[in-house]
Design a protein around this ligand. Sequence first.
Ligand code: NAD
Ligand code: USQ
Length: 395
Amino acid sequence: MKVLILGGDGFCGWPTSLHLSQCGHDVVIVDNLSRRFIDVELEVESLTPIRPIHERLAVWKEHTGKEIGFVNLDLAHDYDRLLDLLMAERPDAVVNFAEQRAAPYSMRSPKAKRYTVDNNISGNHNLLCAIVESGLDIAVVHLGTMGVYGYGWTGTAPIPEGYLTVTVPTPDGELEREILHPANPGSVYHMTKTLDQLLFAFYAKNDGIRITDLHQGIVWGTQTPETALDERLINRFDYDGDYGTVLNRFIMQAAIGHPLTVHGTGGQTRAFIHIRDTVRCIEIALNNPPDCGDQVSVFNQVTETHRVRDLAKLISGLTGADVAYLPNPRKEAEENELNVTRERFLALGLDPTTLSEGLLEETRNIGAKYADRADRTKIVARSVWKAGMEVSPDL
Ligand code: NAD
Ligand code: USQ
């Protein structure tokens, strides 16, 4: 199938593009390279030495003979070019990774909050609107987040895959209805994902667009078989206080002898998935789209849940790293349970990579190998959820 990968230069989009190309799909990456510019703004670089996009694509062709197209386009602002691209390429499907995806970055300043909302919401809406205007039947796969459900609302009850069956009291008795699970975002970034859900529900209902929304947990790991083919294909690895996610940060911190930066008590329970499973899930989702007229198809794209302090203890046990309990720069529940339903991908054949399988490989092959590229002054998280919250000094 022909697939446009929006955000295909990013952490999830790049390995997905290579995987789909390797599987024989015709892939075109669409990306405005904004993530690389944000690195410049934050004065930090991926721990891994990522190469420019055209070099990446040339190396892929050198190894496999397969060509991946590239279009530099801003999804949020280049509507006419997006429409022209859809008409010219006539893709079977579009995968949308192209959003500002860091919660701390989205909270760091009024400018970053406004950029995140403008970029994420306009981008998604432009895509949906352009598909309708094109008159083409293009399936959409979107990367959402587990954070749309929030943490703690359902206690220990399992979080369903998108929809909740509720009983509505009426004067004539009770009605049973299926509704989107109530949204409970914890950051401006997560809020954009909850707004995306309403855009999708409307366009699926009104225009019959076939949409799959993947509520993904925190992605960890770096390499897939394709990105590991050549160092010039290596995936990005964010470790800084804004873009680094917790498990990859702990892996890198252990490798450079930095204390593991647990926020608060570390009682936050979160969902995780390895990048190798992310790319497989996208392939599965592309192969199993909903029909025209169906409601949005929601999958919980997670394989494990862990408490932050347990992850810190695990990595500390493996590596001898110290654990630092820091003031939490976020407004979030100190402790929460998380029980996630994740039957749909398992039923469609996903065979998850577990933490116990991938952790040592990641510590050695990425954390230790590229330790000398780390800038220790960029590690402690400095974006706070409200003015006046305490920030830790460098450790
Ligand atoms: P990333 O920042 O590494 O990649 C996003 C890519 O999109 C970047 O290459 C960026 O340049 C591009 N982009 C952003 N705005 C754009 C625009 N307006 N026009 C064109 N290109 C644009 O992020 P990622 O980690 O690969 O995440 C991809 C998606 O997956 C995001 O939507 C994110 O919310 C979701 N997600 C990520 C994680 C995770 O742990 N990384 C977990 C759950 C969900
Ligand atoms: N945390 C620490 N120490 C750190 C970094 C984080 O204790 O050094 C804690 C945070 O306070 C939070 C938890 O770890 O409680 C997760 O933080 P994170 O930065 O790993 O993840 P999050 O901000 O939720 O965002 C990431 C991705 C986002 C995606 C989301 C999936 O950046 O794109 O949507 O994971 S989920 O968390 O399931 O919503």
